[in-house]
Write a protein that binds this ligand. Structure first.
Ligand code: AMP
Ligand code: MN
Ligand code: MN
Ligand code: MN
Length: 320
């Protein structure tokens, strides 16, 4: 395994690997070949709330033509070595990844971390603290569901859990579908697992500055995940999220992601330029038949954006 060959150089050998780090995205020329790279930098395995093992996701990504991949399990990096080994085995380049749960302005925001050193003690301890409390929350969620007549939800959700520290709403959603309470997981979230509904339990996650700091100090880049999903934010709160994220050292935003409409992709391409942020692309794939967007199937990043992987060229693990 080699670490640190430049993506730009691979895509176009005629170009000498530049130092991109301090380039504002607004200074970019028209689209380069690097925009053709099929990077998928957001998805989940059984190490968090996906249904496939890291090796199976690697195989699926490779079969779908992904060239650069990151496994980004929620609040957890326990699958990184398996994911990297499987990626390299399939001839895919690999970046380390995680998706950190953060509480900002009373809402949950997700921060994807890419290209960090997975041995960072600060990052590992921060993620372990963020995972803490999930079990107690899950028991409270089950109690709330029992009050509306849904029995055994904790035990039912546990059957779907691959990592005991990472019981999540997704596992409850799968159980409620299996038990016939809803026809799909989206309906479960709408009826039972969102704010004000019987199975919703508010939780205090990491602080924005903590998550960004852990990722950045471990040599990685912090990225605001699926920004269109924070629909409860007022425009002022959304502006505060982006400006505070930058002030803490955050550098990227997901422009292309499975849950964005075409209009939202265009909106956040504009936000990336306005805030001078690197742009990321990731399916947020969780499970076959459950996730709308498969690995590697998103459109390319719109032109004029700086792909986040350009800034992480030295952190990429390349297959031999
Ligand atoms: P948790 O970290 O336990 O709060 O669970 C959050 C996870 O629930 C997210 O990572 C998604 O995988 C899933 N999720 C959130 N909202 C929805 C939704 N409306 N439909 C389906 N899955 C959702
Ligand atoms: Mn998830
Ligand atoms: Mn997310
Ligand atoms: Mn995700």
């Amino acid at each position: 395994m080699r670490v640190g060959r430049c993506v730009a150089a691979r895509a176009n050998p005629a170009r000498i690997a530049p130092r991109w780090d301090n380039w504002p995205v607004t200074a970019l020329p028209t689209p380069t070949l690097t925009h053709l790279t099929n990077a998928d930098l957001h998805c989940h395995s059984t190490v968090s709330d996906g249904t496939l093992e890291p090796e199976a996701i690697a195989a699926r990504a490779a079969a779908n033509g992904v060239e650069l991949w990151a496994l980004t399990d929620h609040d957890e990096i326990g699958g990184q070595q398996r994911a990297r080994a499987a990626a390299l085995g399939h001839g895919m380049a690999y970046l380390t990844g995680t998706e950190v749960s953060v509480t900002f302005a009373g809402e949950t925001v997700h921060i994807v971390g890419l290209g960090f050193d997975e041995h960072s003690t600060e990052l590992r301890e921060g993620l372990a603290r963020t995972r803490g409390g999930r079990e107690e929350r899950a028991r409270e969620m089950a109690a709330g569901l029992a009050q509306v007549g849904i029995k055994g939800a904790y035990e039912g959700a546990l059957k779907y859990v691959g990592n005991p520290e990472l019981i999540s709403r997704t596992h409850f959603a799968r159980f409620l579908v299996e038990a016939g309470h809803c026809s799909d997981t989206n309906e479960v979230f709408r009826r039972y697992l969102t704010d004000g509904k019987p199975g919703f339990v508010p939780h205090r996650w990491a602080k924005l500055g903590e998550a960004v700091g852990w990722i950045s100090r471990a040599g990685g880049v912090a990225v605001i995940a699926h920004p269109a999903r924070y629909s409860r934010f007022t425009p002022t709160e959304e502006y505060a999220l982006f400006s505070e994220f930058k002030a803490h050292g955050g550098r990227g935003v997901e422009v292309m992601t499975g849950s964005h409409s075409a209009a939202e992709c265009i909106k956040y391409a504009g936000v990336a330029i306005e805030f001078d942020l690197l742009a990321s692309r990731g399916s947020d794939f969780h499970a076959p038949g459950e996730s709308r967007t498969d690995l590697g199937s998103l459109p390319a990043l719109p032109g004029k954006l700086m792909p986040v992987w350009e800034a992480l060229a030295e952190r990429v693990s390349w297959p031999e």
